[in-house]
Write a protein that binds this ligand. Structure first.
Ligand code: PLP
Length: 249
């Protein structure tokens, strides 16, 4: 009955891949245009490895599929697990809030920070990356729903922040990220995703320095990924649909 049984993880992962493929078809989007990020908070290392191995096995039969990404919320968990995944070489993203005193730790394990929610944080990351001679992928997190519990910049400030971030040396703006509205109303959830896409388009259409790479829309989770794919998501972040329900803390 373990939620972490490798066979369960493999079959749930296949189920999520079919959902994404069906959503791409329904939206008239090219197969493979949406990448899957596994949100691995609270999932033990063995579960994460099982998912990566299942993904590699599935892709051996389907060369068009792109590898899953890994997303961690907490820097502590990120640095604890990432070194034990190196043999499987996943692309690892930070998708949770980053305090400035954890920037160095985050940089040691993540190749992308999706949760940049202030220019001050971006500047701190940029300074460290420039000093280290590297370029970090980042996304600006936008709070499209306005829910007080959600992180991210206000939609009214999102274009300005994204343009400022795009102009920083040491960072490459890849796009925008949001956590959708927590609502049973699909129209409300969907309009938030539509807003994120409009912000992304405005950023790219500006033609400002560093904005050409800002193509990604990281939006949609286990419960609502179809709505996000319909609105143009390029990355959906899925936890429970692959790993089963998380233990309550
Ligand atoms: C947990 C989490 C997810 C995945 O949520 P599920 O409902 O388990 O699919 C996606 N994004 C973020 C930022 C998360 O914290």
């Amino acid at each position: 009955m373990s939620a972490q049984h490798p066979g369960d993880i493999a079959s749930r992962l296949a189920g999520v891949r079919s959902r994404v493929a069906a959503a791409e078809r329904a939206a008239g989007r090219a197969p493979g245009s949406v990448r899957l990020l596994l949100a691995t908070k609270t999932i033990p290392l063995e579960g994460v490895r099982a998912a990566l191995l299942a993904d590699a096995a599935a892709r051996a039969d389907d060369s068009a599929a792109s590898p899953v990404l890994i997303g961690e919320n907490r820097v502590q968990e990120l640095v604890a697990k990432a070194p034990h995944l190196l043999d499987l070489a996943p692309e690892v993203h930070l998708i949770g809030p980053l305090q400035s005193n954890k920037v160095n730790q985050a940089l040691s394990a993540a190749s992308c920070v999706e949760s940049v929610d202030s220019l001050a944080l971006a500047q701190k990351l940029a300074t460290r990356c420039t000093a280290a001679g590297r370029v970090l992928d980042v996304m600006v997190q936008v709070n499209v729903s306005g829910e007080a519990t959600k992180h991210g910049v206000h939609p009214d400030d999102a274009v300005r922040t994204a343009l400022d971030v795009a102009g920083l040396d040491g960072l490459r703006l890849r796009g925008l990220m949001t956590v959708g509205a927590h609502s049973p109303d699909p129209d409300r959830v969907r309009s938030g995703y539509r807003l994120l896409r409009a912000i992304r388009d405005e950023v790219r259409d500006s033609g400002a320095p560093g904005t050409a790479s800002a193509v990604e829309l990281s939006m949609g989770m286990s419960g609502d990924l179809e709505l996000a794919v319909a609105e143009g998501a390029t990355i959906v972040r899925v936890g429970t649909a692959v790993f089963g329900s998380r233990p309550t803390p």
